[in-house]
Ligand binder design. Sequence first.
Ligand code: MTE
Length: 161
Amino acid sequence: MNIQIITISDRAFRGEYEDVSGPAAAGIFRQAYPEAEISITVVPDEEEYIRKALDAAAGADFIITSGGTGIGPRDLTPEITARWCEKELPGIAEILRTESYRETPQAMLSRGRAGVKGHTVVINFPGSEKAVRLCARIILPLLPHAPEMLRGEGHEEHRKE
Ligand code: MTE
């Protein structure tokens, strides 16, 4: 399983603070799936950088983005993700927002999306470390199954269950 994490943050990109969200997500995925290949890239809230990072990660089983989902003038992650994907996965975004709301009412301000391009599932997480920890734990059960389903494997078995 290959998981590419993209931290989208002007300040982390400029080195004004350390990226804690990317490593927090990576730690949770690695603990649950020690065999997973995981990489972390940090980009600013700039369309070109975000698109290039998505292009570079294409073909991974999962692309997880962290940050840029809010309502600030430079928060562009959801729009770029939606344009890059071929299909939307609204259920993932709905669950992440709903569960996040239990943690903080500010979750209503996150516009994160999820979708599929080819065999890759893309999921936007909000940028805070707390949000990333929660969202990473929520999606853990999807990690082994979504890649199989995207390749047309295991689908019949899921149906018969
Ligand atoms: N969701 C969870 N689970 N925990 C959080 O701390 N922070 C919220 C929200 N969702 C948060 C959360 C806040 S404060 C904002 S502004 C939005 O996510 C958008 O964050 P982003 O722009 O860093 O993506």
